[in-house]
Design a protein around this ligand. Structure first.
Ligand SMILES: Cc1cc2nc3c(=O)[nH]c(=O)nc-3n(C[C@H](O)[C@H](O)[C@H](O)COP(=O)(O)OP(=O)(O)OC[C@H]3O[C@@H](n4cnc5c(N)ncnc54)[C@H](O)[C@@H]3O)c2cc1C
Length: 395
């Protein structure tokens, strides 16, 4: 006889799990509080809609904090396997110049979602909409706000993170798990803008300008990419992946130090020697013509270094490689693309089963991991869904 699986939440992690579960072994019901599935997935679709990223799996894994937790899932269902699967269900993808992976031009996000839902329909997965899970009764049955009670052999929570509440992922379930003695961590914004008190002379000219080919370090974690300078501070993929490090410094010190490497492909010795040997007379010309720094990069250095440091070639070279900036705060959590916090990774086994609740699993953004946006978040949700399906199918 088939076992019953209840999946709570109908985001990408849940849809992936349901798509890969063995239909001969399991009768699957998804309970979703909204009237439709995948609202945050569709919000992601309105922006860049990076389904995954095409870099090698070795470097891919390094984008995650902690990288060890998701390694097996990402190796088991890699970016290439995700692209192959999408193609097999009728969603061909293409790799953009940024190496990010998008649905092929002309395919709308709703078509991607509906195609996945079609796969679930073919597998006879039931989706019950408008049912908000609120907890368990004494006998362990799932309780819903409408009064519905459901009992399942296996229960999987895929309730998402705590940002963009309008999509349904509001994190209101955190206390319900904590009351069961399950280790949780408060939600914190990730993949969000960070506040920097820019000097007026800098921001008046630099607002909206990008800093490209950058490496940012915070507490020894490095992230390459680019950022955009905003009135509030900085945002972009070079800072998003540092969210756990920045947040932990903000919590401890009320501010966080980051260091910008404006020339990550050239080491300090070479920068230093080029600056020293340059035939240019003016420092600004050395930066522009010898080192090819952009006007915004030069402006950044000029407005953040005192005159003595800017004119001292040794100190200037050092600052080109690690210009310190102070972050004052993160953007409000509801504006963040994702969140850290939720169910602690200490609370689950390597197949995402809660140590304190047998046959109860947790997947997706509701677990406490982080990755920069750009495809890494969705890939992780799909990889976790696929890994859990493999685990349950093998039972
Ligand atoms: C603006 C924006 C842009 C993004 N762009 C990208 C991108 O380009 N690439 C990328 O990789 N990622 C992107 N993301 C992130 C990505 O969308 C999320 O990481 C992903 O959707 C998380 O999937 P999930 O299945 O864990 O949870 P979610 O997608 O959040 O789904 C959780 C579901 O659970 C339901 N739910 C919650 N509580 C209950 C309850 N008590 N009872 C019943 N149902 C409940 C919710 O209604 C929701 O439908 C973006 C996010 C945002 C906000």
């Amino acid at each position: 006889m088939k076992q019953n699986i209840a999946i709570i939440g109908a985001g990408p992690a849940a849809l992936a799990l349901a798509a890969f579960l063995d239909k001969n072994k399991y009768a699957v019901t998804i309970y979703e509080k909204n009237k439709t599935a995948g609202r945050k997935f569709l919000v992601a679709g309105k922006g860049g809609f990076n389904l995954t990223h095409s870099e090698t799996i070795e470097t891919f894994i390094q984008q995650y904090t902690p990288d060890t937790f998701l390694k097996d899932a990402l190796e088991g269902f890699s970016n290439q396997q995700f692209m192959n699967w999408l193609k097999s269900i009728g969603i061909p993808t293409f790799i953009g110049s940024s190496k990010r992976v998008y649905p092929e031009k002309g395919i709308k996000p709703i078509e991607v979602l509906n195609t996945m839902l079609k796969v679930l329909e073919q597998k006879k997965v039931q989706i019950v909409y408008g049912e908000e899970w609120t907890g368990w009764n004494k006998k362990g049955a799932l309780l819903f706000s409408s009064g519905l009670k459901a009992k399942a052999d296996i229960c999987v929570f895929a309730l998402g993170g705590g940002s963009w509440k309008v999509t349904g992922s509001d994190g209101s379930w955190l206390d319900t798990f904590a009351e069961k003695g399950i280790e949780t961590r408060p939600f914190e914004p990730a993949n969000c803008a960070y506040e920097i008190n820019w000097p007026e002379s800098f921001i008046s000219k630099a607002e909206g300008k990008p800093l490209k080919n950058l490496r940012i370090t915070c507490d020894s974690k490095m992230q390459k990419g680019e950022v955009v300078i905003t009135k509030f501070g900085l945002e972009g993929n070079a800072i998003y992946g540092l969210s756990p490090q920045i947040q932990s410094e903000l919590n401890a010190n009320k501010e966080a130090k980051i260091f910008l490497d404006l020339k990550p492909t050239i080491d300090f010795e070479k920068i230093h020697s080029r600056v020293q040997k340059s035939k240019e007379k003016r420092i600004t010309d050395i930066l522009r013509n010898t080192l090819n720094l952009s006007p915004t990069q030069i402006h950044l250095l000029k407005s953040h270094l005192d005159k003595e440091t800017f004119l001292n070639k040794d100190l200037l070279s050092k600052n080109i490689k690690e210009l310190p900036l102070t972050i004052k705060s993160a953007a409000p959590i509801d504006e963040a693309i994702s969140t850290t916090g939720g169910i602690s990774l200490n609370a689950v086994s390597d197949s995402y089963e809660l140590d304190k609740m047998k046959n109860t699993f947790v997947i997706g953004e509701m677990l406490d991991w982080n990755a920069p946006t750009g495809g890494y978040l969705l890939q992780a949700c799909f990889s976790m869904g696929a890994r859990l399906a493999d685990h349950l199918n093998a039972k």
